[in-house]
Design a protein around this ligand. Structure first.
Ligand SMILES: [Zn+2]
Length: 100
């Protein structure tokens, strides 16, 4: 079992990938379920989720949900641009994803 969805924060949360605070009112990505035999759950800010989705669609290797595999993503300028996203950019993107 696995569930994941966009949620809107009602209280502050901490992003598991960048450890920045997800502030109330922001959209964030929440997931929970069994992963490799153990229970796992977490919350990711919209920007980290955008980067995660980008990596997942652009690499054949499994992508660590926490984005902390220690590898430096090189090559695609889109990934670099994404890392420079502001909170507002990420929220606009998340809003689109949520509506889709
Ligand atoms: Zn984050």
């Amino acid at each position: 079992m696995w569930s994941e969805a966009w949620r809107r924060a009602r209280k502050p949360h901490r992003c598991i990938a960048c450890h920045e605070t997800i502030t109330p009112g922001d959209l964030y990505w929440a997931f929970s379920g069994l992963w490799d035999g153990s229970w796992s759950s977490g919350k990711q800010c919209a920007r980290c989720q955008a980067i995660f989705e980008f990596l997942r669609s652009n690499t054949r290797d499994p992508v660590d949900l926490a984005l902390d595999c220690g590898e430096i993503w090189e090559g695609d300028p889109a990934a670099h641009d994404m890392a420079l996203w502001t909170r507002g950019d990420a929220q606009a993107w998340a809003q689109e994803q949520r509506a889709a």
